[in-house]
Design a protein around this ligand. Structure first.
Ligand SMILES: [Zn+2]
Length: 429
């Protein structure tokens, strides 16, 4: 690819996810038309009807030839923690702990030692994500008695700064508990007033010791502020499944179907067939989605949940932070990991793995005009692969990343025209 136009008008000769070769025309930050190179047919935005059909005739300077590279809508990282990452700071040795509570304490220690501000570390991670073709992420942000709203305010600032690269949803996340952490219910309330998009939770029974009390507060805040819910649930076995059913009941009672996610839900990979079937059925009926990052231990069974009608989608979760030294922010790599962990092998199953980081995640996050149809946002990624199956199996290089029609990364690297780092900002590498 020679000098890449900042605002391409045609992405020529791409492979669409269904295998067709096409030229995709872009205008005003959206897809204007998709011209099928095999049939010669074009589909266009309704506002563009009346213009001549046939191959796009945009000036050559806006045309990017992609030689059959796979074009996907921008990848979606359905679960990140931008405020936690150590990227942008020197490498931090992992300390950990044997329980969630011990690891929360270890994290507070580690983060107090960091001198690189949250804004700089979060931006370093955003730039990695953008290079990998991620156009949207839902980041949980710690709200606790120690940091109070500081991390939220930092990420609100980051959201402003990187708004032309990626869209961010922020979840007010009670990392130190809700009931067992003084003042946290009021802090969550303030976080939602200040700009958090959703309210989070953490192991209502296992961490707070009182599932009903935590869920009363979390769903009460969701109702009062008219926001969705995304809870972390690591509690195992039957106890975890019982909380999933309680969450589904509250979701249904408040009419929040489609706006509630339970992240991790390891218990779904542990409980017996009858409990699984009963729990999956109530999750599906209530419209509660399940998020997974393909963890090392028990994990939700992707195919069985989908067969039961439960939406499953994917996120990175921790990326080089106090919880976990691993992670790249590459959502195609995440699809590879989840595919391997879930034994997704056939072509059809590899397409399912891809959907977890694209269409299913976009639907769970409520993203509008997401896709490759005329009128959809031109948030796009071209992958050096001949099709979706190869992209999931090998997570190859990202050739081109667009956000709202603008080129924001080429060959895996954010473009030079990105906002320059703040003075004193260190590269992570
Ligand atoms: Zn998380």
């Amino acid at each position: 690819m020679h000098s890449t136009p900042a605002h391409p008008t045609v992405l020529a000769d791409v492979t669409l996810p269904d295998g067709r070769r096409a030229d995709v025309s872009l205008r005003d930050g959206r897809i204007a038309a998709v011209h099928d190179r095999g049939t010669g047919r074009s589909s266009e935005r309704s506002s563009d009807r009346g213009s001549p059909t046939g191959p796009p005739t945009a000036p050559d300077r806006g045309r990017i030839e992609l030689a059959g590279a796979l074009l996907l809508p921008a990848l979606v990282d359905g679960h990140s923690h931008l405020d936690k990452t150590f990227l942008g700071a020197p490498w931090q040795p992992h300390t950990g702990g044997s329980s969630v509570r011990e690891r929360v304490a270890a994290e507070l220690d580690a983060r107090q030692r960091l001198t690189t501000p949250v804004t700089e570390r979060a931006q370093a991670l955003v730039h990695r994500m953008v290079g990998h073709g991620t156009g949207h992420t839902r980041s949980h942000v710690d709200i606790d008695p120690h940091s109070r709203l500081a991390n939220l305010h930092a990420l609100l600032e980051v959201r402003e700064r990187v708004g032309d690269l990626i869209s961010l949803q922020l979840v007010a996340f009670p990392q130190s508990g809700v009931v067992s952490a003084p003042g946290v219910p009021d802090l969550l309330d303030a976080a939602l007033r200040d700009g958090a998009d959703l309210v989070g939770g953490l192991d209502p029974q296992g961490f707070d010791g009182d599932a009903d009390a935590q869920l009363d507060i979390v769903f009460g805040l969701a109702e009062r502020h008219g926001v969705g819910v995304d809870l972390h649930l690591h509690d195992p076995g039957e106890a975890g499944a019982a909380q999933l059913r309680a969450i589904a009941d509250r979701t249904a009672a408040l009419g929040l179907g489609g706006r509630v996610t339970v992240s991790h839900a390891y218990c779904l990979g542990e409980v017996g067939g009858a409990v699984f079937a009963r729990t999956a059925a109530v999750l599906a009926r209530a419209g509660v989605s399940i998020l997974t990052n393909g963890p090392a231990g028990p994990m939700p069974p992707v195919l069985r949940l989908r067969e039961a009608g439960v939406r499953v989608f994917a996120g990175s979760d921790n990326i080089r932070d106090a919880w976990w030294p691993y992670g790249t922010g590459d959502m195609l790599e995440r699809a590879t990991i989840i595919g391997l962990r879930s034994e997704l092998m056939s072509d059809q199953e590899l397409h399912i793995a891809a959907s977890l980081v694209t269409t299913e995640a976009a639907a769970a996050l409520g993203l509008e005009r997401y896709g490759l149809r005329p009128g959809d946002r031109a948030d796009l990624v071209a992958v050096a692969a001949g099709g979706v199956t190869e992209a999931v199996a090998a997570h190859p290089r990202r050739l081109l990343v667009l956000h709202a029609g603008r080129v924001v990364a080429t060959n895996g690297c954010p473009v030079a025209a990105l906002p320059t780092p703040e003075p004193g900002m260190q590269r992570a590498w």
